[in-house]
Design a protein. Structure first.
Length: 135
């Protein structure tokens, strides 16, 4: 009964947090790239410059993530799985070939793992817990 009553607030908190993170990421990265000032991360001393290829890959990833948030909004569980896979693939690209090759992995890894834990709870945990609501 309590689980049922909490669905709407939990659902909206999930959608709102994902949307705020999505908008913040896009403003910070697109703005930083287009202005030429690079991308700063709160609490870190480094600045990341994206190449044109990095930027195009970022935009493609963001379009996929927007689609995933929409899928979660219409109660499709697959949105959460694609969301996580897209983030993992972009992160691997970023560290292997892309903009994070110059960043000390030990510096960014704890924060990244923290974000992934939150993402996991939001996009996998909530749809799983409320599996009767999601298809």
């Amino acid at each position: 009964l309590m689980k049922e009553k909490l669905f709407k607030p939990v659902y909206w908190i999930m959608i709102i947090l994902l949307s705020i993170d999505f908008i913040d990421t896009n403003i910070r990265i697109i703005g930083g790239h287009l202005s030429g000032s690079g991308i700063e991360f709160p609490g870190f001393a480094f600045n990341i410059q994206l190449s044109s290829v990095d930027f195009i890959i970022f935009i493609i990833a963001q379009l996929i993530l927007a689609y995933c948030i929409y899928q979660l909004f219409i109660l499709k569980r697959a949105g959460g799985y694609i969301f996580m896979i897209t983030n993992v693939v972009f992160l691997i690209y970023g560290f292997a070939l892309g903009p994070f090759t110059s960043v000390p992995i030990g510096e960014i890894l704890p924060l990244t793992l923290g974000f992934f834990a939150v993402y996991f709870v939001l996009v996998i945990g909530i749809p799983y817990y409320y599996s009767d609501k999601y298809e």
